[in-house]
Design a protein around this ligand. Structure first.
Ligand code: IPE
Ligand code: IPE
Ligand code: MG
Length: 263
């Protein structure tokens, strides 16, 4: 059997093991390890980021095909501004190119693009391109792709707290209105459900300031695979793993079984 057919059969096996009724509604990914991937191959870090974009394309396409409703990709953290200017500039250039190249694909696949983070810090031309693609893809209702850019969870939480304090001062809300649910509504992620599954590549066991509030009950999948080597096959593996878990949200296993029996 030719190699491509073998791969296809392997993919089909994975697909068969995934229960379409129990798909995570929202997958979030910390795409880490581009630099190490490049170093292993004696290439520049920028080459690693370039290769990482191919993995982004593959994963977006696979999520769309599977019917994942929301996909959030951590592409650039607020702390990443501290990297050497040459790397930051290259990342911004790659981001702009990605947006320009992907626009057609997003439209064709009815994917709506959104962005979270301190977007004012992005270079003007990148921000303009981003806002243009966001506007152009607004009607996409098959999947929402959320890019976390210049994003930091602590920045987001402080911003939400300040806005709440302001609304309290103005009398627009009362102290008793301030609940975890309403706090969520003040975050940049308010239109989206919390992630069900978080994937982090490159094996680091940390959140690196990503969605600290929203990940409270998210299932974690951490893989040593470096981001440029991450494929749809491993994505399926992560989903299969997720489907084997019991999400208890603080309750007992018996209570969860009873709930499942009811609905
Ligand atoms: C992730 O890869 C991409 C960004 C953070 C922009 P890294 O660049 O962090 O790769 P490593 O961690 O150095 O291998
Ligand atoms: C997290 O990766 C940010 C992104 C993937 C965009 P980092 O490489 O910046 O994380 P740390 O510095 O190792 O925690
Ligand atoms: Mg890293």
């Amino acid at each position: 059997m030719p190699e491509s057919d073998k791969n296809k059969t392997k993919m089909d096996n994975f697909k068969n093991r995934i229960d379409p009724a129990k798909l995570p509604r929202h997958i979030a990914i910390i795409m880490d390890g581009n630099g190490r991937w490049a170093k292993k191959k004696f290439l520049t870090r920028i080459k690693g980021h370039e290769k990482g974009i191919d993995a982004v394309r593959d994963v977006v396409e696979a999520c769309r095909e599977m019917g994942i409703a929301y996909l959030t990709l951590y592409a650039f953290s607020v702390e990443n501004w501290r990297r050497p200017a040459s790397e930051v500039n290259a990342l911004m250039r790659l981001l702009k190119n990605y947006l320009l190249k992907e626009r057609g694909n997003l439209l064709e696949n009815e994917i709506c693009l959104k962005a979270i983070g301190d977007l004012d810090r992005l270079p003007e031309d990148v921000r303009e391109t981003l806002f243009q693609v966001i506007e152009d893809t607004e009607g996409g209702d098959k999947m929402t792709l959320i890019l976390a850019l210049s994003y930091g969870a602590r920045w987001e939480i402080v911003k939400a707290a300040l806005r709440i304090a302001n609304d309290l001062k103005k009398g627009a809300i009362r102290e008793e209105d301030v609940t975890p649910e309403m706090f969520s509504a003040y975050l940049t992620t308010s239109p989206f459900p919390d992630p069900d599954l978080l994937i982090r590549t490159s094996g680091e066991l940390r959140l690196s300031n990503f969605l600290l509030w929203q990940l409270a009950y998210t299932e974690l999948y951490i893989t040593p695979t470096l981001w440029p080597d991450f494929t749809r096959k491993e994505l399926m593996q992560a989903i299969e793993d997720y489907q084997k878990r019991e999400r208890r949200f603080g309750m007992t296993s018996d209570q969860i079984s009873e709930l499942h029996a009811k609905y």
